[in-house]
Design a protein around this ligand. Structure first.
Ligand code: T1G
Length: 701
C-alpha cells in the first residue's frame, strides 16, 4: 500500500484495515481471533467484517476445533462504534455477526479483560463460553446513550441470567464486576493472575466438552412472575424523563413473552428507532463532550507538576467534601483550620461521610480507616510546608482569602500551586500580592464536592500552562469533569443559576405559584425545582452574593427573596423559606405567608404576565440560553458544549436533553429568539442578544 502511488485502492484499503483491526492466529486446535481497534476496540465496520471473515476462515479449517475471541490493548470490546451512529447503519450489521458466531461450526470463547460493554457483551453472549479476568467489568450501558441493546442483548441475556437480572442490567446501564458476573452466570469462569495462560488452559479444557445449547435457541427457564407495572413505575421515577430505560424494559418483557426471533426483531427495531431520537443524539453529544473536556487542545503536551499531597484550607462543607474526593483518589490531605474545635468538627464530618458509605456497603471499615489515615489536621500554615498544591475553601470573603494565601505562600514551596474554590469572587483579586502568580488558579467545586462531578477551572491572569495542566490532571484524577471558565461574577454555572432564580422570581410576580414553577422545572428534567433547591441550600447563600453585587453597585432584582431573608426564612435549616417545613420535615409545604409577600410585591413592582403559548419552563430556560450566548460572546466559556457540561454536571440539568445549548439548538434557535422577543415584550426577560441572533442564523452556536 504505497502512498507514493497517490491513489489508494479503496477495496485494498478495507482489506488492510480489516487485517489491521482483526488478526487471526492458530495454536494447535485453537483458533485465536484478536480484535485490535484502539482505544477501546469499538465494533467499527472493519471489525465486524473482520469477525465475519474469521468465522468463515476457522469454520473451513479442519484443524481448528475451538476459537478464542480476545482483544489487544487495555480492554475487551467496549461496544458498537458510537461515532458511526450519526450515519446510516452499514453492513455487516452486528446482529448478523453475533448470529454468525453463535452458529459457527467451531464454538467460540469470549476472553474478557477490561470492559465488555454493549455490543461487546452481546458478541460475548453469541459465544458458547465466556471467560473473564478478575478485574473485568461487563454491562449494557446503551441506555446511557439513549439506546437499547440492539444486537441480541435483550433477547439473549434473560436466557442466560434470568429476566429479573437482565432487566436490572439493561435498564440501569450499570456494569457488574467479573465476580458478580460469574455469580449471575453471565460468565462461566473468572481467571485470577495470568490471563493469557488462564484462557489457553480454559480453551484446552473445553476442547473435549460438549458445546452448550445455542443461547438464542434456548427457551426461557421458569420466570418468577414479574410485576411489570411496578418495574415500569420505579424505572420511570429514576429515569426522570429519559425514555431509553422504559424502552429497554419493553424489550426484556418481549424477550420473556414472545418467540425469540420476534424478540430479536423488537429490540433491533427499538434500537434503530432510538438511534435517530433527539434524546440519543443529546446523550451521544454529552458522551463526546465529556471526553473532549478532559483534554483541551491548548494543553496538549503541557508538562504537569507531580502532586501527591494536597492542602485544603477550611474544614467546612466544601473543604471536607473536597478532602473526601482527594482521599478517594489517593492523595494525601493536609486540612488546615483556625481552631481545634472547627478542625475536629471537620475531621468528624469526613469520618461520617465514609462511615455512611460503609453502612451502604460501598466501602469496608478498613477502607474507612485507610481514608482517614491520609488526612492530617493542622492549625497553622506551616503545616502546609510539604504540600504540592493547596485548595482554599473558606467563607466567601475577599480579605480573608487574601490573608490566607499570603500566609500559605510564606510557608509552602515556591512552586506549590495555589488554588481557590471561590464561587463568585474575582480570583485575580484574591491572589493579588502572592509571589509567583503563575502558580495560581481557580478550582470551583460544586456542593457537595464529594458527589458533584463538575469543577470549573478558572485561570488567573498569571496562570501558567503547567499550572493549568496540573489543575486539569488533578480534576481528571478525581474522576470529575473539568470545564474552563473565564473570570466573571459567578463564572459559568452560578451566572446561569442567577438567571434561573431571577426568572423564577419574576414568574411568581407574574402570578405563578412556587410549586407550579418547581413542578414545571422538574418536568423539564431538573432534579429539583428552583425554590426547593434554594430552601435546601439556604437562602442566605444567595443573599450574600446579592449583597456583594450591590456593593459593586450592580442592579439586583430579588424583591421577594430579600424579604424572606429579612424575615429569617432561610429555608429548611430555619424550617421556613419559599415553603414551610413544619416540625423539621423535609417535605415542602406551600406557604400562605409567602403568597402574601408575593401579593404585596406584585402591587409594588409591576411585572407582566406569562404570554399565552409560552410554558413556565421556557420563561426560565430561554433567558438562560440568552445569557449562555452572552457568556460565549465574552469568551468566558470556550464552547457551547462546555456550557452544556457545566449545567449537567454542576446544576442538575437533564443529561438526555444534552445540556442547555444543545437542547436549544435541537428545538431551533429561531424559535428561541422569537420566544425571547415575546418574553421581552411582556417585560419578563431581556431581548435576545446579538450572539444568539447570530447563532440562530447559523442554526447552531
Ligand atoms: N465508540 C467510539 N469511541 C469510543 C467508544 C465507543 N463505544 N468508547 C470509547 N470511545 C473513545 C472515547 O471517545 C475516547 O476517545 C476513547 O475511546 C477513550 O475513552 C449495538 C448500541 C470503555 C469504559 O457505551 O464507557 O454497543 O477522546 O476516555 O475512561 O447494542 O469509554 O480519546 O478520542 O472514555 O478508560 C455501548 C462507552 C455502545 C461504552 C473506557 N458502549 N465507553 O473508559 O476511556 S452502544 C458504551 C465507555 C452499543 C449495541 C449498542 C468508556 C470505557 P478520545 P474514555 P476510559
Amino acid at each position: 500500500m504505497s502512498k507514493a502511488s497517490g491513489s489508494v485502492d479503496q477495496s485494498k484499503f478495507i482489506i488492510w484495515l480489516k487485517i489491521m483491526t482483526v488478526r487471526i492466529e492458530r495454536n494447535g486446535k485453537i483458533g485465536i481471533v484478536t480484535v485490535g481497534n484502539p482505544p477501546v476496540n469499538a465494533l467499527s465496520r472493519s471489525v465486524r467484517q473482520g469477525l465475519l471473515d474469521a468465522a468463515e476462515e476457522f469454520d473451513r479449517d479442519p484443524d481448528i476445533s475451538i476459537v478464542l475471541l480476545t482483544c489487544a490493548g487495555r480492554t475487551f470490546i467496549a461496544g458498537a462504534d458510537i461515532s458511526e451512529f450519526d450515519r446510516p447503519p452499514v453492513e455487516p450489521h452486528l446482529p448478523d455477526v453475533v448470529r454468525r458466531i453463535e452458529t459457527a461450526e467451531k464454538p467460540w470463547i469470549a476472553a474478557i479483560h477490561g470492559a465488555a460493554l454493549g455490543g461487546g457483551l452481546e458478541l460475548a453472549l453469541g459465544c458458547a463460553w465466556r471467560l473473564a479476568a478478575a478485574s473485568a467489568s461487563l454491562g449494557f450501558p446503551e441506555v446511557n446513550l439513549g439506546l437499547v441493546p440492539g444486537a441480541g442483548g435483550c433477547a439473549r441475556a434473560p436466557r442466560l441470567i434470568g429476566a429479573e437480572q437482565a432487566l436490572e442490567l439493561v435498564t440501569s446501564g450499570r456494569p457488574v464486576s467479573a465476580l458478580k458476573a460469574r455469580e449471575l452466570g453471565l460468565v462461566d469462569a473468572v481467571v485470577e493472575g495470568d490471563f493469557r495462560k488462564g484462557l489457553l488452559s480454559f480453551a484446552r479444557a473445553k476442547l473435549d466438552e460438549k458445546r452448550p445449547i445455542i443461547l438464542s435457541e434456548t427457551s426461557i427457564e421458569y420466570v418468577a412472575p414479574i410485576d411489570w407495572n411496578a418495574k415500569e413505575n420505579s424505572i420511570k421515577k429514576k429515569a426522570r424523563g429519559a425514555i431509553a430505560p422504559l424502552r429497554a424494559l419493553e424489550c426484556i418483557k418481549a424477550a420473556v413473552t414472545v418467540p425469540v426471533n420476534d424478540a430479536l426483531d423488537i429490540e433491533r427495531e427499538t434500537f434503530l428507532e432510538l438511534r435517530e431520537s433527539a434524546q440519543s443524539r443529546a446523550l451521544r453529544h454529552v458522551f463526546f463532550a465529556e471526553r473532549n473536556a478532559l483534554k483541551p487542545d491548548d494543553l496538549k503536551g503541557a508538562i504537569q507538576k507531580p502532586v501527591k499531597t494536597v492542602g485544603v484550607v477550611g474544614a467546612g462543607t466544601m473543604g471536607t467534601g473536597i478532602a473526601c474526593c482527594l482521599r478517594d483518589a489517593g492523595f494525601q490531605v493536609v486540612l488546615l483550620e483556625r481552631d481545634r474545635e472547627t478542625l475536629d468538627a471537620g475531621l468528624k464530618h469526613i469520618q461520617s461521610i465514609y462511615e455512611a458509605a460503609a453502612k451502604r456497603g460501598r466501602m469496608t471499615e478498613a477502607a474507612v480507616l485507610a481514608r482517614m489515615a491520609g488526612v492530617r489536621g493542622v492549625l497553622s500554615a506551616d503545616g502546609m510546608a510539604d504540600t504540592d498544591l493547596v485548595i482554599e475553601a473558606v467563607f466567601e470573603d475577599l480579605d480573608l482569602k487574601r490573608s490566607i494565601f499570603k500566609e500559605i505562600s510564606d510557608h509552602c514551596h515556591e512552586d506549590t500551586i495555589l488554588a481557590t474554590n471561590t464561587s463568585y469572587l474575582d480570583s485575580d483579586l484574591i491572589f493579588e500580592g502572592v509571589t509567583n502568580q503563575d502558580r495560581t488558579l481557580g478550582l470551583h467545586f460544586c456542593s457537595p464536592a464529594n458527589v458533584m462531578k463538575l469543577v470549573e477551572v478558572v485561570p488567573t491572569r498569571g496562570t501558567s500552562r503547567k499550572t493549568a495542566a496540573t489543575g486539569y490532571a488533578l480534576v481528571r484524577a478525581l474522576r470529575k469533569i473539568p470545564v474552563r471558565s473565564g473570570i466573571c461574577d459567578g463564572f459559568i454555572g452560578n451566572r446561569l443559576l442567577k438567571i434561573l432564580r431571577l426568572q423564577a422570581e419574576k414568574l411568581l410576580l407574574a402570578g405563578a405559584k412556587a410549586s407550579e414553577i418547581d413542578s414545571a422545572m422538574k418536568a423539564y428534567g431538573l432534579a429539583m425545582g428552583p425554590f426547593e433547591a434554594q430552601d435546601l441550600a439556604g437562602l442566605d447563600v444567595a443573599a450574600m452574593q446579592r449583597a456583594a453585587a450591590r456593593e459593586r453597585r450592580e442592579t439586583v432584582f430579588a424583591p421577594i427573596s430579600d424579604r424572606l431573608v429579612e424575615e429569617g426564612r432561610l429555608g429548611q435549616k430555619s424550617r421556613a423559606g419559599w415553603y414551610d417545613y413544619p416540625d423539621g420535615s423535609r417535605l415542602p409545604n406551600p406557604s400562605n405567608h409567602v403568597q402574601q409577600i408575593v401579593a404585596e410585591e406584585q402591587a409594588r413592582c409591576a411585572t407582566g404576565t406569562l404570554p399565552a403559548g409560552l410554558a413556565l419552563a421556557e420563561a426560565v430556560i430561554l433567558p438562560m440560553v440568552n445569557e449562555a450566548a452572552q457568556i460565549l460572546e465574552e469568551g468566558v466559556a470556550s464552547s457551547a458544549s462546555d456550557i452544556d457540561l457545566v449545567m449537567i454536571h454542576g446544576y442538575g440539568h437533564p443529561r438526555w436533553r444534552g445540556g442547555l445549548l444543545f437542547d436549544a439548538e435541537q428545538n431551533g434557535l429561531d424559535d428561541t429568539v422569537r420566544k425571547l422577543e415575546i418574553l421581552n415584550a411582556a417585560g419578563l426577560a431581556d431581548g435576545p442578544c446579538e450572539r444568539l441572533k447570530a447563532a440562530a442564523k447559523m442554526g447552531h452556536f
